[in-house]
Design a binder for this molecule. Sequence first.
Ligand code: CAA
Length: 283
Amino acid sequence: MTIQKIGIIGAGQMGNGIAHVMALADYDVVLNDVSQQALDSAIESIEKNMARQVSKGKIPAEAMSTAMARITPTLALADVGATDLVIEAATERETIKQAIFDELLPHLLPHTILTSNTSSISITRLASRTDRPERFMGFHFMNPVPVMQLVELIRGIATDKETYAACHGVVERLNKTAASAEDFPAFIVNRILMPMINEAVYTLYEGVGSVQSIDLSLKLGANHPMGPLELADFIGLDTCLAIMNVLHDGLADTKYRPCPLLTKYVEAGWLGRKTQRGFYDYR
Ligand code: CAA
């Protein structure tokens, strides 16, 4: 099937990054959020990030103006329905995602493929509440979307071959690389990455090292581009905690127990860069 028009739900850091790369790949994008302020700041971020790509000679200036013109921001969830592919990139909470799908379903075209950018929640369970489990799958981008090469593609138990092939085709048109993951808690990337981040928080909690020495150790000792605590701030501590809870509940193993210090930071509203405070102070 041909995919040309893509609906994106959620204009946060993942949603605006997805809109950015889709528009540059000549897809028509409908970008939805519940808040006008979120839509405005998403368009501002996309403009800023594309302008940086233009100034570095990575894309021509005309590509930026064409891409920006392809993005239609909207507050109406119904507008996302008349598309070939929907990517839900709302908050990482199952009840929120389910409520969005419930509201969206009556507006979808019969052929629309429905996907979620969830980083951990069961695709099979999300799909089972929709009218199209065979045309539902996980489409998981990494942050920052314009820079990261990988997209994890996750088949639910009922996902059909045509749906997988169509999503794989989109990843190829983006010049990104797909990794196929089975539908188990947190899939591949976060099954491995989040326990590492959680262990870094335990290392801090138990006083083994300071924030700076933990990050320095992994940057210089393991060649990671960011230390684990800096990366946690970048991803959002609420998202990290939500993923650890999915691993802990879904795999019922104490090795996935979220560090109490991570929970405390989230309870304090210290969510990382987005709130100007996490393991580091950005104020
Ligand atoms: N849009 C476009 N370009 C961007 C960008 C954005 N949002 N953010 C950074 N860039 C570009 C910069 O312009 C720069 O381009 P050049 O190479 O042409 O100079 C390049 O990316 C590197 O950026 P910076 O020079 O600003 O900074 P850096 O070298 O420190 O790299 C980084 C920044 C790419 C974020 C790097 O630190 C990194 O790779 N960090 C790890 C990121 C990571 O692990 N992401 C996965 C998180 S897990 C996830 O997303 C899954 C989940 O479900 C939680």
